[in-house]
Structure formats: structure tokens, C-alpha cells
Design a protein around this ligand. Structure first.
Ligand SMILES: CC1(C)c2ccccc2-c2ccc(C[C@@H](CC(=O)O)C(=O)C(=O)O)cc21
Ligand SMILES: [Zn+2]
Length: 328
């Protein structure tokens, strides 16, 4: 670590029993950034340093945002603990943990409320699309992001259109549990420090995602704080990549890569803006298929089975019948 004052301390990281290696960091103009991001070569995570993607937001802090975010209502998530699990209420099966046998009623782990920014207190996670509800100063800062940089990445790596910019304000210690998204993600850290743990799509069998029709679709069923190795034995073999990112860092989270994100304990609140891009048009399917394409295939099979079987509890037994003793 260079002699600059260390901005965080390892004691602020939560302790997990996972083997981790560091995510590489390069300057934004270093050619290795695009080599690593190149989907035909490796498409791995990389931290892009000293870019000016969100330099216009350098001055953002809670006071500034409170002052200029306007009096709009913002989407805030409350949690009974430090974990904020994504929840899709459009999903059919409100059955916990994929235990299709026991019809355990699904308990929503986070509550979504709309509130004014000043009410934004501890244990809350504000996730707000940057749109016209925010004040003109914020819009100006947003328009002054270095869009040439992002558009350059979108073009160079054949991504689809930008779908969303989320403004994320998290309280210290907040955790977004391990999940994957079906979008390319430029994750721009603005204020405070976040620890990110990523796993490649090839580790699908070590991370045990919920069934696709479950409200926690795309999330790992493994509780990193207390892994149940009897239910999830392969979690012991998971090999992750980690980094702590701070103001000015942009983490590239490749599409379908698993990520667990935590705001450092005792580190104060954090502010992030992410840039989600759809995947590009698959010009031509080339073999062997990429790991993330196999995840997409498994998702389609689960969706098709759910559609034709109707009762989600029949999907597991049918798959077991089809595979056990025949393909295993
Ligand atoms: C936890 C929260 C607020 C949430 C609650 C309910 C529904 C959705 C979400 C949601 C979606 C994205 C993030 C940002 C980020 C994780 C992070 O920075 O914590 C991330 O995963 C990404 O950028 O892909 C955070 C959230
Ligand atoms: Zn995500």
C-alpha cells in the first residue's frame, strides 16, 4: 500500500470463510482494461482507476444530496438486519428457499417504502433511479458524467443499450447478498468504501441460486455469515475475487457474474451510481458456449417447466426423475 493515509482498515471487512484473490486495478487509459473486459477474450472484473466517469459527483455527500435531491419521494429499503436481499414480488412462488416440499410461507426480508430523504436513517438502503424527480443541480451533475467514457465501453464491448442508473446510498455495514444480474455493470463509487466479492458464472453449482420462479430469483441461497454446508456442500469450493473500492474507482461487473457488496463497517454511509447495460446482440453463437450462456439456458428450462407444470413443486421432482441414474 503506498504511503498515502490508508482510507480503510481490514477490521472493517466482514469475515467469511471463502478463498479470495484480488481483482486487478488499472488506470482508465491502460490497454489492459479493455483486454480484460473483452468478452471474446476473458470478460473478467477489473477496477478502472482515475476515470472521470462520475467526477462531477465528487462533491456529493449526504448533506449535498439532501439539499438538492428535492422533496421527492425516494425508494428506500428497510431490513431487519444488515442484509438487503432483492425481492421480485411479480414471481409466483412465495415458497421459502426453494423447499418445495414444505409450503413454508415466504417472508419478505426487506420492506420497500417511499420516503423523503431526511427520514433516511440507519439500516436503510436508498435505491433510486436517477430521473427527473431529483433537483436540477443533481441533473446537471448527472449530465456532466463522462458519458464518452461509458459510451466508449458500451461500443467497444458490443453492449446493448444503457437501461438504468441507480443512485445507491447505503448505511455503514449494509450488505447486498450474493446475486447476479443479466446486465453489464459499470459500478462507479462516489463516496465511502465498498467491499465487493465476485464469482464467475461457472461457479453456479457452488452458489445455489433460488429457483427462477422464486421471488429471490438470481440470488444465492447461501447465507455467507452462516453457510449451511450440509445443504450447500459445494460452497466450500467457491473461489472468489475481491476488491475494496473507493471514490473515483469504477468496478466492471461482467454480466451474470455473482457479486456480494458491503459498505464497510464503521465506514459511514456510501454513495454509488451504477450503469446497467443490456447484453449486446449475440452476433453469432460460437462453440463451446460461454458459461453465462449455459446459465441462460438453465433459466429458460426452469421457466419452461414452470409454465407447463404450473405447480412449482413439480419442477424439482421432474428434473430429478429426468437426471438421477440417467445423467448422473
Ligand atoms: C439492495 C438493493 C438496494 C435492492 C433492494 C431491493 C431490490 C433491488 C435492490 C438493489 C439492486 C442493486 C443494488 C446495487 C448493487 C449492490 C450494492 O451496491 O449494494 C448491485 O447489486 C448492482 O449494482 O448490480 C442494490 C440494491
Ligand atoms: Zn447486482
Amino acid at each position: 500500500m503506498s504511503n498515502e493515509k490508508k482510507q480503510w482498515d481490514p477490521s472493517q471487512l466482514r469475515k467469511y470463510d471463502i478463498s479470495l484473490e484480488q481483482i486487478p486495478r488499472y488506470d482508465y487509459c491502460d490497454p489492459r482494461v479493455d483486454e480484460i473486459m473483452d468478452e471474446n477474450v476473458r470478460q473478467k472484473p477489473v477496477i478502472i482507476q482515475n476515470s472521470n466517469v462520475v467526477a462531477s459527483a465528487k462533491k456529493w455527500n449526504l448533506d449535498y444530496l439532501e439539499k438538492y435531491m428535492g422533496n421527492g419521494d425516494y425508494t428506500v429499503f428497510l431490513s431487519r438486519n444488515h442484509k438487503f436481499k432483492y425481492y421480485d414480488d411479480k414471481k409466483v412462488a412465495k415458497i421459502n428457499n426453494g423447499d418445495m416440499g414444505k409450503n413454508v410461507e415466504f417472508t419478505q426480508p426487506t420492506k420497500k417504502v417511499d420516503m423523503k430523504l431526511p427520514e433516511f436513517l440507519k439500516r436503510l438502503y436508498l435505491q433510486q433511479g436517477l430521473n427527473n424527480t431529483v433537483g436540477p443541480e443533481i441533473v446537471r451533475d448527472f449530465l456532466n458524467f463522462d458519458w464518452d467514457f461509458c459510451n466508449g465501453k458500451q461500443t467497444k464491448h458490443n453492449w446493448g443499450p444503457l437501461t438504468y442508473n441507480l443512485l445507491l446510498i447505503a448505511m455503514e455495514g449494509n450488505v447486498t447478498p450474493c446475486h447476479y444480474d443479466e446486465q453489464q455493470n459499470l459500478f462507479a463509487q462516489i463516496y465511502g468504501y465498498k467491499r465487493c466479492i465476485l464469482f464467475p458464472p461457472s461457479q453456479f453449482e457452488c452458489l445455489y441460486p433460488y429457483p427462477v420462479y422464486h421471488p429471490h430469483d438470481r440470488q444465492s441461497m447461501v447465507d455467507f455469515d452462516r453457510p449451511d454446508y450440509s445443504k450447500f456442500p459445494k460452497f466450500k469450493e467457491a473461489k472468489g475475487y475481491e476488491a475494496v473500492i473507493g471514490p473515483g474507482d469504477v468496478l466492471y461487473i461482467p454480466i451474470y457474474w455473482w457479486h456480494h457488496i458491503e459498505s464497510l463497517m464503521r465506514g459511514g454511509h456510501t454513495i454509488t451510481v451504477n450503469f446497467w447495460y443490456k447484453d449486446g446482440p449475440n452476433s453469432s453463437i460460437s462453440y463451446p458456449l460461454k458459461d453465462y450462456q449455459k446459465v441462460a439456458i438453465m433459466r429458460n428450462i426452469e421457466k419452461m417447466l414452470q409454465d407447463v407444470l404450473k405447480d412449482p413443486r413439480e419442477v424439482g421432482p421432474l428434473l430429478r426423475t429426468m437426471v438421477l441414474g440417467r445423467f448422473t
